[in-house]
Design a protein around this ligand. Structure first.
Ligand code: UDP
Ligand code: MG
Length: 296
């Protein structure tokens, strides 16, 4: 059992002006707890302002000091990229990633840190009672069940934003948008040891969730494509799309020859849609392949 003596917190912030101060206070209380226990304890808090437009930046700028660092994105680049940037800057061996929305409770990190000291490579918070909207809870349960089935793991909460991980692993992660949800899976895939710890979760009191139902579709697609890539079926995925496009195109010609009227418009639309989706998927698969090179 090795005591953790230094911590790099990596915290993305997007329009969280009413949550930052309380979070920061709770974090300082947590680090002073470790400071009292360990003579050589060191920490840093890296906030990544992800293009906030609500005044979060000004609040964060006031917190900057020796241990508190700030990365500022002038545009919103998404949580995945914000985390990746934060990981790249971490100077200590143990990294903690957490949200700044007040839903993750800093004091709960003591449980995770204790497990990390038991030499697990990745420790992740598992929200037993999730304090989110019912739709979000249902979609998240579905996606967790699907992921577990797909990848044959017993992970209960893939998407947990509260994790303690080694910097050496965090810095290998290339995270296209949405991929922060798969960090647990990447760890398992890389043969790392993994532990889920039940944590309390608070409802969001201030600000709005950036999760939207529009993200369900791309996120499901991400899962499938990731699966194809990891299983080295990515060529199969492209081939399927290609066959699909060809079939739709043939159907279009056929219906034109037979003069199916309105069906032409429908099929024309389908061909176009197929082409656009194929191009988008192709781009994604290339991103995944780059990622796969670094982790698989
Ligand atoms: N976040 C971010 N960039 C974004 C969206 C979210 O940095 O484009 C941050 C946000 O400020 C919060 C965390 O990511 O700290 C999780 O966001 P949110 O609470 O909206 O997601 P949810 O918990 O509802 O999935
Ligand atoms: Mg949240």
């Amino acid at each position: 059992m090795s005591k953790i003596s230094n911590l790099s917190f990596v915290i993305p912030v997007y329009n969280e002006k009413d949550n930052i101060i309380d979070l920061h206070k709770d974090l300082l209380a947590l680090v002073s707890y470790y400071d009292q226990q360990l003579s050589d304890f060191k920490y840093e808090i890296i906030y990544i302002n992800d293009g906030s437009t609500d005044g979060s930046l000004e609040i964060l700028q006031n917190l900057v000091g020796n241990e508190v660092k700030l990365v500022n994105f002038t545009n919103n680049r998404g949580k995945s990229y914000a985390l990746q940037k934060g990981f790249s800057l971490a100077q200590y061996e143990t990294v903690i990633m957490m949200d700044s929305d007040g839903q993750d409770i800093p004091n709960e990190l003591k449980k995770l840190i204790a497990e990390k000291e038991n030499d697990f490579d990745l420790v992740s918070g598992y929200k037993k009672k999730r304090k989110d909207s019912i739709i979000k809870v249902i979609t998240s349960r579905m996606s967790n069940a699907f992921m577990s089935l797909l990848f044959k793991t017993d992970i209960k909460d893939f998407n947990s934003g509260l994790k303690v991980l080694d910097r050496s692993f965090a810095q290998t992660l290339i995270l296209p948008e949405g991929f922060h949800r798969f960090i647990a899976f990447f760890a398992l895939n890389a043969g790392l040891t993994y532990k889920e710890v039940a944590v309390e979760h608070r409802p969001r009191i201030h600000g709005k969730s950036k999760y939207s139902y529009f993200k369900i579709f791309p996120s499901s697609l991400d899962m499938l494509l990731l699966f194809f890539t990891i299983k080295r079926y990515d060529l199969l995925a492209i081939a399927l799309l290609f066959v699909n496009s060809v079939l739709a195109f043939l159907a279009l010609i056929l219906s034109r020859l037979a003069n199916f009227g309105v069906l032409n418009i429908y099929l024309g639309f389908m061909v176009l849609l197929n082409a656009v989706i194929s191009a988008a998927l192709f781009k994604k698969i290339r991103e995944y392949k780059n990622f796969a090179k670094s982790v698989i």
